[in-house]
Write a new protein. Structure first.
Length: 279
């Protein structure tokens, strides 16, 4: 590698690393993004030019999986530089659909439960009066949030809340779920959801909290998903994405979870390597 290319790579790494850190991404995800940008810049230089040319370069000798991940990385890099990314992101959707077709031709290494399987387990938990398990699964499947969002207390009066924690505010015919403490709060701000489902209302009235700060959250979740493979919230999110692969569903999940759609496309589908998960 010549001196100029080394200088470009070092400069790209430093600026991009700082940007990714500011986005709150996990170290392993930052490492993967840096690897992807290096893989591109080592051959073609910084991706500042024509998007069609960039896409053409990415498609040379790369698997569909690598193409999806590399376009996702370059989209983030160009966003850092305030460069246009529309065509790149459109191609993520196209490549994602192609990737899904390829995946569907292969047998999965593991069998995941369907949305109906999860719903059936929710109903079973409710019928057994295992209300905490029912509430956890309802929230994960309806709002596809993270574990942290469920660390919340149940109250019956607004005056019992504060401006920093998560709350379920129960009234006669509805529950307001107020989220003020979740991973991407600084970027997306406070979120509120109004829930009127009768079973949920009945179940949450039996609880004083959902999860606690000192809970081993994964263990708690797996306790209630043991009959459907012991899946965790990340897999539930992936299942919900696979069940309805429409732009509307991705947008809904993006808004609920507090995750950009680009991250969903490149990180949360079960076809994408788990080590590339970011949010």
């Amino acid at each position: 590698m010549d001196t100029d290319l080394k200088t470009i790579r070092k400069s790209t790494h430093m600026a991009f690393n700082d940007y990714l850190v500011s986005e709150g991404l996990k170290p392993i995800t930052i490492t993967n993004h840096l690897r992807m940008i290096s893989r591109y810049t080592d051959t073609y230089g910084e991706p500042t030019g024509n998007q069609e040319e960039i896409i053409s370069n990415i498609k040379k000798g790369n698997t569909t999986s690598i193409q999806v991940n590399m376009i996702g990385t370059i989209s983030k890099w160009r966003q850092m530089k305030n460069l246009e990314v529309k065509l790149l992101q459109e191609n993520i959707h196209i490549l994602h659909s192609q990737f899904q077709e390829e995946k569907n031709k292969k047998s999965l290494d593991m069998t995941l439960p369907s949305v109906q399987d999860i719903t059936n387990e929710m109903d079973r938990l409710y019928d057994k009066q295992t209300y905490l398990g029912y509430v956890i699964l309802y929230l994960f499947t309806t709002f596809t949030t993270r574990n942290m969002d469920l660390i919340a207390n149940v109250v019956y009066d607004e005056s019992e809340t504060n401006d920093t924690d998560n709350w379920f505010i129960v009234s006669t015919d509805k529950v307001i779920w107020r989220r003020q403490k979740y991973k991407t709060f600084k970027k997306y701000g406070k979120k509120e959801h109004t829930i009127t489902n009768e079973k949920f209302l009945s179940a949450i009235k039996q609880l004083s909290h959902i999860l606690k700060e000192n809970d081993n959250v994964d263990r708690v979740v797996k306790k209630y998903t043991k009959n459907i493979g012991g899946i965790t919230e990340g897999f539930i999110c992936k299942i919900m994405l696979l069940e309805n692969q429409t732009a509307q569903n991705y947008k809904r999940i993006s808004q609920n979870r507090g995750t950009d759609t680009n991250t969903l496309l490149t990180s949360y589908d079960i076809s994408i390597p788990l080590e590339l998960q970011s949010n």
